[in-house]
Design a protein around this ligand. Sequence first.
Ligand code: PLP
Ligand code: LYS
Length: 421
Amino acid sequence: MDHFLYRDGALYAEDVPLAEIAASVGTPFYVYSTATLERHYRLFDEALEGMDHLVCYAMKAASNQAILKTLAALGAGMDVVSGGEYLRAKAAGVPGDRIVFSGIGKTTDEMRLALEGGIRQFNVESEPEMIALNAAALDLGVRAPITVRVNPDVDAKTHAKIATGKSENKFGIPIARARAVYAQAAALPGLDVIGIDVHIGSQLTELAPFALAYAKVAELTETLRADGHDIRRLDLGGGLGIPYTRSNSAPPLPTEYGALIRDTLGHLGCEIEIEPGRLVAGNAGLLVSEVIYVKSGEGRDFLILDAAMNDLIRPAMYDAWHDIVPVIEPEAGTEQQPYDIVGPVCESGDTFAKQRMMPPLVAGDLVAFRSAGAYGAVMSSEYNTRPMIPEVLVHEHQFAVIRARPTFDEMINRDTIPEWL
Ligand SMILES: Cc1ncc(COP(=O)(O)O)c(C=O)c1O
Ligand SMILES: N[C@@H](CCCC[NH3+])C(=O)O
């Protein structure tokens, strides 16, 4: 459930009409609902109730400071994947002991930053990374808490570009090699081996792949304990999918996911961490755009929007579906017609939807892309020298711009001219 509903014939974000925000900030823009963000975080937190746990929001999904602060205020931890994300999390008030550091390519500088600023644990993904982290920790005279991310060779049954748990993927160490790698880690004096990490992919719409992966983690926990390792924390990654459209095959709910965790891993008495990103932010955000032109093509009509692939790359990159709805609710019985919905960028990949059934629209009408809160604004660019679009946060009846649109002067003057020119 989200907080973007039609009321009196118009789409609202909580208690604010989207048209009012559009009039104030101009289109296109991203808008997030505080209530939905909070609700989704709490669903995970409650799903793990009774177990020692921490929900570490995967901030790669949406990392505006205001979003992070909203979640941090509820006690959320953060999963970060770069020095920049680490600093963002700290700036939002998340203490180091609630930050986990994931990613296959952590640099020594990033390791030092986190070791100095405080870190809950590093999720280490290779032997060379282990050696580098050991050296960085010894250099600073500290011990780095780590889990090792294992690759369980499980098919997450999601888009190939966001599946991470098969042996051919670049992530984690093959689970078959885990015992040897843990033995190596335990022998490094700068590392404190505390647990196991796994993350098999994103936008999972079934529980079965999680069940397979977690069963392997349970077995590995017992094996490693028998080898003498004090395995006391399991980081289970993120990946639970969201409904991108209102169909009857909605993905499992956080409660069902929590029950699976309890069933497969509860008996081990470990502290549980999860790293949801998409489910927290995805349906908490919309992209709102205006129709610039309606153009008749050869056998098809194009809705040309002022949003483009640089603002929301998911359809171009993953052929992703986003529901696109008019901001003014069509009257009951309005006949729909097919449109190709496109942006102004100069490539045909700048297509959001083909032959999408919509009520008749004209220039100046507003449309909203649903489920755009995760991997939306964070993946945007200035391609075609299009300014990054504003982000707005709604809280009940108020809204605030949480990132302003840069001016063209700011964009142009960001470049510097070498002295020979
Ligand atoms: C290590 C790690 N944790 C958490 C996530 C968040 O995944 P999702 O947004 O699907 O919940 C990702 C992205 O897939 C990831 O790579
Ligand atoms: N960017 C991807 C998700 C990547 C998940 C990364 N851990 C998407 O929009 O679906």
